[in-house]
Design a protein around this ligand. Structure first.
Ligand code: NAD
Length: 373
């Protein structure tokens, strides 16, 4: 059985869905692995390393997927796939895209839809990528900040520690807090989920936020933040506004699943910040937490605040992001692998399988998109 690893085509996508390390393990499962030439280059993984791991290199997408039963990808591929192929990636499909996979006879699994349950942790692409995004956001924020993070006591005088404020303390935010603390910043953070408050404090940051009866129930059963009322957001903004004016670096990571990111930093808040301050908005893929974020861009506001609104933050640390993403996909496949048949076996009733499967046997089956939904 052949597994294909495509070179990504989306502009700026520097990651790859398999590394030489995971290729060896895929081959050990009994698979033949074909990797598109140059697929790993942007992640520092040359073709020769894939060949040394036992993969066959193919010159283009069509040759890579020819005869493949399984296709690994980061983003939804543009190339047509063989009928019956099992496609595994972060496909970000809408109903139309899911319908197109069904029409093409491709069984598509979209890993960003994985349920956030303990059993799924080692295949959780959102967590592995968010963790690195949170780290990278602070590193880029520190590089863009024209002073330093730690308090520097020198014979020529003292440079104060940077005030770093992390908005949203999920996977990315907690890593951002930890990274900013390691660099010596004075770190505070906010979130709406009650559990996040203790997590913020346990990492040595102070909690800044608004809490009321509504926020006590701000977490869904799946662990995500709920969309809250306009009144709540207004109260939260009051608390944040006073705090943000004193911050040097603000790292925005707040998301509400399936919606545009909440606007937490208003134009007026940006105007209140000192020149030289930095806003790093890793929620930019979902529109951004800052009202002035220009997704995909970094720029200086009229009052001298740098806003880093790049998208695809995991792709800004591609070697590490690919290594973790590739292991997530490998774990998914090995978890649902029939050793005797040397083939994938995805029981439709399994909650992980149900969570990620968009299409099966030419039909859309995901509850988000199935006609019955
Ligand atoms: P996310 O990326 O959806 O959101 C990031 C953070 O933004 C969240 O903490 C959210 O509460 C916060 N947020 C939303 N609106 C906000 C607002 N108005 N102000 C401030 N913050 C706001 O979240 P995530 O990082 O994917 O984590 C979601 C949950 O899933 C967490 O509870 C996490 O612990 C849990 N989780 C569980 C597993 C597992 O058990 N397998 C794995 C990963 C994450």
């Amino acid at each position: 059985m052949r597994l294909a690893v495509l070179k990504e085509t989306k502009p700026g996508e520097s990651r790859v869905a398999a590394t030489p390390e995971t290729v060896k393990k895929l081959i050990a499962l009994g698979l033949d692995v074909t990797v598109q030439q140059g697929a790993g280059l942007a992640s520092g993984l040359p073709d020769a390393d894939y060949a040394a791991a036992g993969a066959t290199l193919a010159p283009d997408a069509a040759a890579t997927v020819a005869g493949a039963a399984i296709v690994f990808t980061v983003r939804a591929p543009e190339a047509p796939l063989p009928q019956g192929a099992l496609l595994i990636g972060t496909l970000q499909a809408d109903a139309a895209a899911a319908g197109a996979f069904a029409t093409a006879g491709v069984d598509a699994c979209s890993m960003e839809l994985l349920p956030r349950i303990t059993r799924a942790q080692s295949m959780d692409v959102l967590s592995s990528q968010a963790n690195l995004a949170g780290y990278r956001a602070v590193i880029e924020g520190a590089a863009a900040f024209d002073r330093g993070f730690p308090m520097l006591m020198t014979a020529a005088g003292t440079v104060p520690a940077a005030n770093v404020f992390v908005m949203g303390a999920g996977v990315a935010g907690l890593q951002a807090i930890a990274t900013a603390r390691r660099l010596g910043g004075r770190v505070s953070a906010t979130d709406v989920r009650p559990a996040a408050k203790e997590e913020i404090k346990s990492l040595g940051a102070s909690f800044v936020g608004y809490e009321d009866e509504e926020s006590k129930a701000a977490q869904t059963a799946g662990g995500y933040a709920k969309q809250l009322s306009a009144e709540f957001y207004a109260k939260q903004a009051e608390v944040v506004a006073a705090h943000i004016a004193k911050q040097d670096v603000v790292v925005c990571t707040a998301l509400v699943q399936g919606r545009k990111a909440p606007t937490l930093v208003t134009e007026a808040m940006v105007a209140s910040m000192k020149p030289g301050s930095v806003i790093v908005d890793i929620a930019a893929d979902a529109g951004g937490n800052c009202a002035l974020t220009k997704p995909g861009q970094s720029y200086l506001t009229d009052n001298g605040v740098k806003i880093l609104g790049f998208t695809n933050w995991p792709g800004r640390i591609p070697a590490a992001a690919s290594a973790l993403y590739a292991r997530n996909l490998l774990t998914f496949l090995t978890t649902f692998w029939d050793k005797d048949a040397k083939a994938p076996k995805l029981p439709p009733e399994d909650d992980i399988v149900q969570g990620v499967t968009l299409t099966r046997g030419g039909a859309v089956v995901h509850k988000m998109f199935a006609p019955a939904a």
